[in-house]
Design a protein around this ligand. Structure first.
Ligand SMILES: CC(C)(COP(=O)(O)OP(=O)(O)OC[C@H]1O[C@@H](n2cnc3c(N)ncnc32)[C@H](O)[C@@H]1OP(=O)(O)O)[C@@H](O)C(=O)NCCC(=O)NCCS
Length: 246
């Protein structure tokens, strides 16, 4: 009987951004044959880094990846919550939401600066094969793209006119919203900025008439997890990122 092998795909955006060829191996039906086939494919396409995202319960796949020099890079934790109902929204005076407003174009450079120094707990930093400045630039670009996207609102916490933090809120066509990034400048953390941003984001999602909101964070990011849990987010899935370098 022939075994199913799912070949990787080349990730054009990632390859272009990091400046070397990057591929992604699907974890569905992953077996020894598909991992060997992926190595051959990587050689043909001169791939330098292969990503694989696998469910944390897929014991056999995880063992195969580890036997084949895929290295652990991150725990990808997805939380979700139904969009807040109006009674919960009436608790707004608990949070400093008056300081939160849609971003102004003139502040994009400051938001990029906050992003550059805020996300150093992600897989692109944990895996030290990625150049640090490129990893930082990735988050600069992410927030900038959010500010320019038509289905995304970037809400900013302002102290007077100075941005202290931001949250990117996207309304997807399937009525599911997503928080892409939330970042608070280091000197402003643990003062309620994250709570005001998250609450304001949930209000924004409510006004968009979405059913559910998802947010992804790292398994190691206890601060972010506690923040989302405060607002009723529950764990939806736990996946593991693996990287193999050639
Ligand atoms: C996570 C983050 C957005 C929280 O923002 P913040 O302004 O510091 O958070 P707040 O002061 O509003 O605190 C909200 C709650 O989050 C939790 N929390 C935040 N930081 C925490 C930390 N370092 N350790 C434990 N709990 C933490 C707490 O439950 C806190 O409530 P409490 O102070 O009443 O106990 C901020 O720390 C940050 O920007 N981190 C780096 C970027 C990041 O990890 N983003 C999330 C992934 S995209």
């Amino acid at each position: 009987m022939t075994q199913t092998t799912n070949l990787p795909t080349k990730l054009d955006w990632d390859s272009e951004f990091f400046g070397f060829p990057i591929g992604r191996l699907p974890s569905v039906n992953l077996n020894s044959a598909s991992v060997n086939a992926a190595d051959e494919w990587a050689s043909t396409h001169q791939i330098r880094c292969m990503y694989c995202l696998v469910d944390s319960t897929a014991n056999t796949a995880i063992k195969i990846l580890e036997r084949n020099n895929y290295n652990f890079a991150d725990m990808r934790l997805t939380f979700s919550t139904p969009v807040m109902t109006p009674p919960a929204i009436t608790q707004r005076n608990k949070y400093a939401t008056a300081a939160v407003k849609p971003h102004r174009e003139a502040d994009i450079a400051r938001l990029e600066e906050i992003a550059e120094h805020t996300f150093d707990n992600t897989r692109f930093f944990f895996d030290t094969n990625f150049p640090i400045q490129k990893a930082r630039d990735l988050y600069r670009l992410w927030v900038k793209k959010g500010c320019l996207a038509s289905n995304t609102e970037v809400l900013v916490y302002y102290d007077e006119n100075k941005p202290l933090g931001f949250i990117t809120c996207t309304a997807n066509t399937n009525r599911i919203g997503s928080i892409g990034l939330i970042g608070v400048a280091a000197e402003a953390q643990r003062k309620g900025v994250g709570k005001a941003l998250t609450y304001s984001a949930l209000q924004w999602f409510h006004h968009q008439e979405l059913e559910k909101v998802e947010v992804v964070t790292q398994g190691s990011n206890i601060g972010a997890q506690r923040l989302y849990q405060l607002f009723g987010f529950k764990t939806q899935s736990l996946q593991l990122w693996y990287h193999k370098w050639y």
